[in-house]
Design a binder for this molecule. Structure first.
Ligand code: AMP
Length: 501
């Protein structure tokens, strides 16, 4: 089928008024502006000679123009490739070399850097570099009169976006996400989360990642709803704006920080209808503390760059903390053992998913792509999971996180859950460190509450009381906080590097 996902968005948003609102909840851009300005950018890029399938790297701050450029790329059939602003020279050189963009839009501060990267690679000679600063100013100037643009014909399986996976090991892989993937997942979530008239999105996530770009932007756009657009997450700002919003989406650390901030109450959340969490596991204690503070149960969902969202706790029906809910409509999931045989409910194994939400493969890595798909078309997520009798899925850990000690498999999550429940513990991360006898030694890195004095010996004793001996941490380290990336994921690779040897 020929369907540019922009046409779906346009069909849905054209009845809307405000697209973006300022941090003071004032109108900033309308949906008409979105249509007009994205046409201006699409015209500009086409005039530069860019054609369907060409890649556009965008590395700028979170500014409205970033979104206009995103929608312009969809319209023009260009492949949008957003990059985390935290990336430095070597990472950027890898992405530019791998993606071979025809256009790079970057902050003026990184222009020289990108010119240097592009200049040193002959393949990339035909790459334009334009600048865009946080205020929307720069050399990416458009013709204000060029407000018409007919969406380029694309197929459902034409690539709309390439997102490099945050991969903690090996080289980042560019996940090719199609127009069809975006449409399918957007519509499924719009339905599942009951988007309705009057909804207002409070947006405090980064926009270079699926969570902020797809989930937190597509859904309000599909609903023609206003987005209160914050530059970054700040608990004071979010708390101040909650009374004006109905939907908020966060990563677990956002919720922890909102709770610590102390400004939450049922009154502040008076208009709120939906809080969602994802990108990393939400602790049961955070779920419970949030319910106690606000009267709202956070809806935890699970997804990844390669698949979009796969599961969600339900809007109606029981939300089970510690689970990511049942699969979304249109998504199939199964839990398999090491040989790929499907396991019964209650058993832990590798999670595989299939559906219109699942990406097309890794950019220019056909072997890697082939490895990650089963012959019957399921994608191997790399997550270890378990399904209960009601169909709710729990994510137990990443396969690559799995510790093999004395030949036995240990899932860090199981040990972390025990440690996290101990009095005086805020949270923990369990890793495997090289060990001459065991192969890997189970090691716990623990954050204690301010005044708490729980010791290594006490933690080890508590583990011995609860778990098989091979799962008990051989060593416990205490830290002030766990290293996390921008999406709130604990960076276990950093912990492994710190404590190895
Ligand atoms: P990314 O592609 O950066 O979005 O990372 C996807 C990975 O984040 C998944 O494969 C999971 O390991 C993890 N993840 C996302 N949502 C959840 C969740 N609700 N609970 C546990 N892990 C999650």
């Amino acid at each position: 089928p020929v369907m540019n996902v922009y046409e779906l968005f346009h069909d849905r948003f054209q009845r809307g008024a405000d697209f973006l609102r300022t941090p003071d909840n004032e109108a900033l851009y309308s949906y008409q502006d979105l249509h007009r300005i994205s046409a201006q950018y699409a015209n500009r890029f086409t005039e530069l000679g860019l054609q369907k399938g060409d890649r556009v790297i965008v590395q700028t701050g979170k500014t409205p123009a970033f979104l206009f450029i995103y929608f312009a790329c969809l319209r023009a059939g260009l492949i949008f490739l957003p990059l985390n602003t935290a990336y430095r020279h070597d990472e950027l050189a890898y992405f530019a070399g791998n993606a071979e963009p025809s256009l790079i839009v970057c902050d003026p501060a990184s222009e020289t850097l990108f010119r240097d990267i592009v200049g040193s690679s002959t393949e990339n000679q035909r790459c334009e570099i334009l600048t865009l600063d946080i205020n929307g100013e720069g050399s990416v100037i458009v013709d204000r009169e060029a407000t018409e643009f007919t969406p380029v014909d694309v197929n459902d399986d034409d690539v709309a976006v390439i997102l490099y996976t945050s991969g903690t090991t090996g080289q980042p892989k560019g996940a090719m996400i199609t127009h069809g993937n975006l449409a399918a997942n957007g519509l499924a979530l719009h339905e599942a989360w009951g988007w309705q008239d009057g909804d207002v999105m409070l947006h405090a996530l980064p926009v270079f990642h699926i969570h902020g770009l797809f989930v937190a932007t597509h859904l309000p756009v599909l609903n023609a709803s206003p987005i209160i657009f914050l530059n970054s997450f700040d608990p004071t700002e979010v708390t101040r704006l909650l009374p004006h919003a109905t939907v908020y989406m966060g990563v677990p650390t956002n919720y922890v920080r909102l709770l610590n901030h102390g400004g939450l109450s049922p009154e502040v959340c008076g208009k709120m209808r939906l809080f969602t969490s994802g990108s990393a596991p939400l602790l049961t204690q955070t779920f419970e503390a949030f319910t106690a503070a606000t009267g709202h149960e956070i809806v935890e969902r699970y997804g990844m760059t390669e698949t979009g969202m796969n599961t969600s706790n339900p809007l109606q029906g029981k939300r089970k903390p510690g689970t990511v809910g049942p699969v979304l409509p249109g998504v199939e999931a199964r839990v398999v053992d090491g040989e790929g045989r499907e396991l019964p409910d209650g058993e832990t194994g590798g999670l595989e998913v299939r559906g219109a939400n699942v990406f097309r493969g890794y950019w220019r890595m056909p072997e890697k792509t082939a490895e990650e798909f089963t012959p019957d078309g399921y994608f191997r997520t790399g997550d270890q999971a378990r399904r209960d009798a009601d169909g709710y899925i729990s994510i137990v850990g990443r396969s690559k996180d799995m510790i093999i000690t004395g030949g036995l498999n240990v899932y860090p999550k199981e040990i972390e859950s025990v440690i996290d429940k101990l009095p005086g513990v805020v949270e923990s991360a369990v890793i495997g460190l090289p060990h001459p006898d065991f192969g890997e030694a189970v090691t716990a890195v623990v954050v204690r509450e301010a005044e708490a004095s729980i010791s290594e010996a006490e933690i080890i004793t508590a583990l011995k009381n609860k778990l098989a001996n091979f799962k008990v941490a051989k060593q416990v380290y205490f830290v002030g906080e766990l290293p996390r990336n921008t999406m709130g994921k604990v960076q276990k690779n950093i912990l492994r590097d710190t404590y190895a040897g």
